[in-house]
Design a protein around this ligand. Sequence first.
Ligand code: AG3
Length: 277
Amino acid sequence: MIWFTEYWTENVGLTVKADQVKRIRSKYQEILVLDTPQFGRMLILDGLVQTTEKDEFIYHEMLAHPALLMHPDPERVLVIGGGDGGTVREVLKHSSVKEVHLCEIDEEVILVSEKYFPTISEKLRDPKVKIFIEDGNEFLQERQNYYDVIIMDSSDPVGASEVLFQEEFYRKVKNSLRHNGIMVAQTESPVLQEEYFSKAYREIRKVFRNVGVYLAYVPTYPSGMWSFTIASDFVDITDTKRNIEKVKELKTKYFCDSIYACLFSLPGFVQDILKKS
Ligand code: AG3
């Protein structure tokens, strides 16, 4: 047994007792798999916790379902990042979806997930899924006006993921969306990563007409309070009653109709951050 720490800031971190299962250096990053008594198996990229068996459902459900419910008829979905497969698994719960593209820069993440995280990666080989090992930024350039929903399942905005948090990138996302298209991105912790969070919101607002922020509580991410930013030019994303009757069919454990109905109710201090962004 070892103790692993992710340093959330210079002054605070998350420490877990763990057995090391696998550690490899891919072309892009260090990939670490741990078995922890508290959270089950854990995936770590360059020292940052990406997902754990015990709490992955929270993040993956909250990232995927609101956008897919708000879109009137989502058929083509793109996931950028997310090589572990958790987001793809949730997307496929929507029966209107005909095609899911996964664009992951690092093939090793997919291979590690298929070997060590079978319950998260279980749908990666579904016939509706097509995997592209490419840089998300370049991938979008070749696909204009194609997707109904684009989901950014990236890591923190450092290294390879940094460009995924910038205005120029969101413009490409917008150009790759069809009419009624919606994008959603994970946008970090308003408590411990206020800079990242408010910058992402600011950049997305420069590009899209309707933008909303919502939260979920992910125990293994910095501070536990995690944000998601959803945006669209043509869909009124404030209507959180749309398709609410479908929520039950999704068989989710965190996302539910009451969370959907008040998706955008935010704590005062988070509203304040958005106001001054
Ligand atoms: N992507 C978001 C991970 C961000 C975590 N940040 C951190 N631990 N500092 C997760 C990918 C899961 N599909």
